[in-house]
Design a protein around this ligand. Structure first.
Ligand code: TMP
Ligand code: ASP
Length: 251
């Protein structure tokens, strides 16, 4: 059997050519990076958890009519997605102040924002994904005005969906990042939610205890990232079969 072709290797995923034209296989790695890959580690089981969690969120979004690139999960580490042209923007939605917003504007982490705030970063690792405005996006042609209207609408729909799903299991969606892909259907193009949605790209806090259940656990050395992601998966009922987060001693 011919070895499948690797298309791209990112920090947390590898992309392979899919079985049919227009499809891609996304392989979720156990690698974790932070601060533009200055900090790195391999965290056993992270890829499996993110694959299952991203499937869960993308499937739910599809079910309420939000278009995504997701087609189906293939196995514990891989999913089949539609190939698309990624718009070079990280689209961030914030409900509570945290991370770079808190630092930039001096707002205490956890402060409720008056309304969801949408920010855009230019996807360029060498530049450290700098924050950009719609002026930059329009002037440099990264997205058209119509794209920006669609991106804003998609981002806010994802925010409402994710906030509701998380609230249902006692978790506050503080903020998240999504990526948007362009799919061509003949002469038409449409935008879809692409990449992944997982605790790698969200801030998730337990509503009661404020415990962090996302990649900040790794960024800030707060404990076991697998335990945090497993807790999210357990609450949503998508824990990998046979996987127990902690071994139990039976006498
Ligand atoms: P920030 O507060 O560091 O700007 O992050 C905002 C949100 O975006 C947070 O949920 C983490 C996510 N994020 C990514 O997914 N990738 C990144 O490279 C960065 C910097 C943030
Ligand atoms: N994803 C980025 C990196 O790998 C930053 C982050 O998530 O903190 O460095």
């Amino acid at each position: 059997m011919a070895r499948r072709k690797k298309i791209y290797e990112g920090k947390a995923k590898t992309l392979y050519e899919g079985p049919e034209p227009g499809t891609i296989v996304q392989y979720f790695k156990d690698d974790a990076t932070a601060f533009n890959a200055e900090k790195r580690a391999t965290i056993e089981g992270k890829g499996v958890l993110n694959n299952l969690l991203s499937e869960y969120f993308m499937t739910g979004l599809g079910a309420i009519g939000v278009p995504t690139h997701f087609l189906k999960r293939l196995n514990m580490r891989e999913q089949l997605v539609r190939s698309c042209e990624i718009i070079p923007l990280e689209v961030i939605v914030r409900n509570y102040a945290a991370g770079s917003l808190s630092k930039r504007l001096g707002i205490e982490e956890g402060t409720a924002l008056p309304r969801p705030i949408v920010e855009y970063c230019y996807k360029d690792d060498a530049l450290g994904d700098p924050l950009v405005t719609e002026e930059h996006i329009a002037a440099f042609g990264w997205a058209s005005q119509q794209d920006m209207d669609d991106i804003l609408s998609l981002a806010l729909r994802v925010n409402d969906f994710m906030s509701g799903v998380m609230f249902g299991v006692g978790i506050r969606l503080v903020d998240f990042k999504i990526e948007i892909g362009r799919i061509y259907d003949g002469d038409f193009q449409r935008l879809v939610v692409a990449d992944e949605i997982s605790p790698d790209s969200c801030r998730l806090w337990d509503i009661e205890t404020k415990q962090k259940l996302d990649k900040d656990v790794f960024r800030r050395d707060l404990g076991s990232l697998t335990d945090a992601y497993s807790e999210v998966a357990r609450r949503l009922g998508v824990m990998p079969k046979g996987a127990t987060p902690k071994p139990t001693l039976i006498n």
